[in-house]
Write a protein that binds this ligand. Structure first.
Ligand SMILES: Cc1ncc(COP(=O)(O)O)c(C=O)c1O
Length: 368
């Protein structure tokens, strides 16, 4: 966020900035989504909905599990939320007692740690290794659990900041690990749909008790609509409903109507993804020659997490200099990993092909 603010400030001062720090699609919401919203707006009755969300949307999300993963989910288990961010708050409140220990990945999405701490829960960072594809493994969790029992784990695939994915077997062993020890398995599947090889696997395939969090923000290009969903075991539906009712009454009506149309916008959304794929190819082929080298080839999402140890040990200062001197905004690894993120950068290719080409051109000149 500081990088965003600094980039915006430089733009206001008249500088032309290339945005590689963004965590959101540059494409607009699909045409069908905007048309559905426009029609609902014309109709004018924009009121509260059921706290769990509009029934047709819950049904459509349930069908998505059958169509995309071959997994049966009843609409009753689908909870529509105000972005996945609200899905985390609702589920953490429903699942964990104060003080509970929840394993999260380091590097990882910074809000996990902050949400858990705000709710008086204890985030337990699990050190991920580039050699292990920046992913949680059941063996690293076992050691932490033996040390002091965990109440749950939070996994994410494809991952932010690395774009790497948890393979089918690894996901199955995480599910088994949680089941055997009675831990909650929370799976952040927000980057599903944005994969460049094999499709992502849902945790629900391996653990029907898993709590799956998802969103219309990324693949569906709907960040600002603040709409997402959770799939939870039946016994959690009522607690989540009561929490949602009291915390924010219902997710926004207009966004729910719009989100329903997003499932019919596949052709447009696949076109957006093809643009990311071309942008990804540019970064993967060009960055190593610039010394922004060691990285996994982002199987999903729209980020690469690059080791820049040859260039710096202070990723914050490095990003600041890159912004000021090359006009390229990136995110310092320290945002995702306060202990070891000093020699990493996250570069987003969500801006597409032309943005990535220009970034490479500027960085080549800057790094020289
Ligand atoms: C891994 C991950 N989870 C969750 C979110 C939150 O997204 P939203 O609340 O828009 O669904 C983000 C946003 O960048 C993210 O990267």
């Amino acid at each position: 966020m500081d990088v965003l603010a600094a980039a915006a400030e430089r733009e206001r001062a008249g500088h032309d900035i290339i945005h590689m720090e963004v965590g959101q699609p540059s494409a607009p919401a699909p045409r069908l989504v905007r048309e559905a919203a426009r029609a609902a707006l014309e109709d004018g009755r924009i009121g509260y909905t059921e706290a769990l969300g509009l029934r047709p949307l819950r049904e459509r999300i349930a069908r998505h599990y059958r169509d995309s993963y071959g997994v049966t989910v009843t609409p009753e288990r689908v909870v529509v939320t105000t972005g996945s961010s609200a899905g985390f708050v609702l589920s953490f409140l429903a699942l964990f007692d104060p003080g509970a220990r929840v394993a999260i990945s380091a590097p990882g999405y910074p809000a996990y740690r902050n949400i858990l701490e705000a709710l008086d829960l204890e985030p337990v960072p699990v050190r991920l290794r580039a050699e292990e594809g920046w992913q949680l493994t059941a063996s690293s969790l076992a050691a932490l659990h033996e040390d002091r029992p965990l109440a749950g784990i939070l996994a994410m695939s494809p991952a932010n900041p690395s774009g790497t994915m948890i393979g089918r077997e690894a996901l199955a062993s995480l599910g088994a690990f949680c089941r055997q020890r009675g831990l909650w398995f929370v799976s952040d599947e927000i980057y599903h749909g944005l994969t460049y090889g094999e499709a992502a696997e849902t945790a629900l395939r391996h653990d029907d008790d898993a709590v799956v969090i998802n969103s219309f923000s990324k693949y569906y290009c709907m960040t600002g609509w603040r709409i997402g969903w959770a799939v939870v075991p039946e016994r959690l539906v009522r607690p989540l409903e009561r929490l949602a009712q009291n915390l924010y009454i219902s997710p926004p009506y207009l966004s729910q109507v719009a989100a329903l149309a997003a499932f019919d916008a596949t052709a447009e959304l696949e076109g957006v993804k093809a643009e990311y794929a071309r942008a990804r190819d540019i970064l993967l082929s060009e960055l190593p020659g610039l010394g922004i080298g060691e990285m996994h080839p982002a199987d999903g999402a729209f980020y690469v997490y690059a080791d820049v140890a040859r260039l710096t040990n202070d990723s914050v200062a490095f990003c600041r200099r890159m912004l000021e001197e090359a006009g390229v905004a990136t995110t310092p690894g320290l945002d995702f990993d306060p202990d070891e993120g000093g020699h990493h950068l996250r570069l987003s290719f969500a801006g597409g092909e032309a943005v990535c080409r220009e970034a490479v051109r500027r960085l080549r000149g800057w790094l020289g």
